[in-house]
Design a protein around this ligand. Structure first.
Ligand SMILES: *Cc1c(COP(=O)(O)O)cnc(C)c1O
Length: 352
């Protein structure tokens, strides 16, 4: 027997990547940063713990002020959420009356939230090479959402194409999910004053070492932010807890550390791409903190399982267009060297 409302009986939830014992596995499956947050960030959280008897600041000033400054926007153009997943959920809940369209190969939560909020979703297939052609969204009416760089392909769509679409459709909301923008490409944030129909989403999970803190943000015109806050204050005004506020505020004082780690990840990504190519892998030109690769001799599933056997966790999506591929998070140089060594062994076994 189930007490769940009929509406939700057929809901398909999101499948998160596994969280495992880090001592036993090399974890390259959820696009987190392989580096811990800077020491001062850890210290700030410990200090904030002393005041956990109090509710968190609903204005999230500790983050909003330095983040607005960093992004070059007004605080009224900024919305903070419990991970960018929460920001996305408000978009699907409240800004999709005419439906929403997104690519077939993209972040899994878009489909999940469409189901949760019963939004009419149009899934537009990416081209053969996984690139996105926004002209294919012209005929449709409602909101458009895509990740840039996209996940799990890492492919980046140039800014000019997004601007042209925004100009062709001034009455449609266009949501650009920039979870990976720090690893490649140009952010749309600087164009926020130019386009009233643009909403940009970002996160502290991928480039800022705070996946576990759950901190995401959205940038849009002040009316859009006010509307988002109406939803937020109708559900959970304290959506960003005090420990996360302390962590987020502190990480924005550690931009040198963050930039260093981002640069290192980009360097290791490019090195890993070359090594995978040498091993015969075919790849997209990923601009994220992950690689998207397939091998002509081994299926995605068998590679995934062989790596798992050797204690390396990557992500495999069992879907028609992506089942030959692995999505491999870029770890430290050491971790990627081990990955390449293990893949070499696996591929030699196939040849033998
Ligand atoms: C990881 C990811 C998110 C979610 O990030 P959180 O801020 O941790 O919720 C959103 N969009 C894309 C495309 C992602 O890859």
């Amino acid at each position: 027997m189930s007490f769940l409302n009929q509406t939700y009986q057929n809901l398909t939830p999101y499948t998160p990547g596994e969280q495992v014992d880090e001592a036993a596995y090399i974890k390259l499956n959820t696009n987190e940063s392989p580096y811990p947050p800077a020491p001062n960030v850890q210290k700030a959280v410990a200090e904030a713990a002393q005041k956990l008897n109090r509710y968190s600041d609903i204005a999230v000033e500790a983050v909003a002020k330095p983040l607005a400054k960093y992004l070059g926007v007004k605080q009224e153009q900024l919305f903070l959420g419990n991970g960018s997943d929460e920001v996305l959920s408000y978009i699907f809940q409240g800004f999709t009356e005419k439906g929403i369209a997104f690519p077939d190969v993209t972040y899994g939560f878009y489909q999940v939230y469409s189901g949760l909020y019963q939004v009419e979703s149009t899934v537009v297939p990416l081209k053969e090479d996984f690139s996105l052609d926004l002209a294919e969204y012209d005929a449709f009416k409602g909101t458009v959402i895509f990740a840039n760089p996209n996940a799990p392909t890492g492919i980046y769509l140039p800014q000019e194409e997004i601007c042209a679409f925004l100009e062709r459709h001034p009455d449609r909301l266009v949501v650009v999910d920039e979870a990976y923008i720090d690893f490649g490409g140009k952010s749309m944030v600087s164009l926020i004053n130019q386009y009233k129909n643009l909403f940009v989403i970002g996160t502290f999970s991928k480039s800022r070492q705070l996946a576990g803190a759950r901190l995401g943000f959205g940038i849009g015109n002040t009316d859009l932010i006010a509307d988002l806050n109406r939803l937020r204050f109708s559900l959970n005004p304290y959506n960003v807890n005090s420990l996360t506020q302390a962590a987020g505020g502190a990480v924005l004082q550690e931009q040198v550390y963050v930039d260093q780690k981002v640069q290192e990840t980009i360097k290791v990504r490019e090195w890993s791409k070359q090594e995978l190519t040498k091993l015969g892998f075919e790849q997209t030109d990923s601009q994220g903190n992950f690689l998207f690769a397939k091998h002509p001799k081994l299926s995605g599933e068998s590679l995934f399982l062989a790596l798992r056997e050797k204690k390396i966790l990557v992500r495999w999506f069992n879907q028609p267009r992506t089942k030959d591929y692995l999505r491999i998070t870029v770890g430290t140089k050491e971790q990627m060297e081990q990955l390449i060594a293990v893949l070499t062994t696996i591929l030699n076994e196939v040849k033998a």
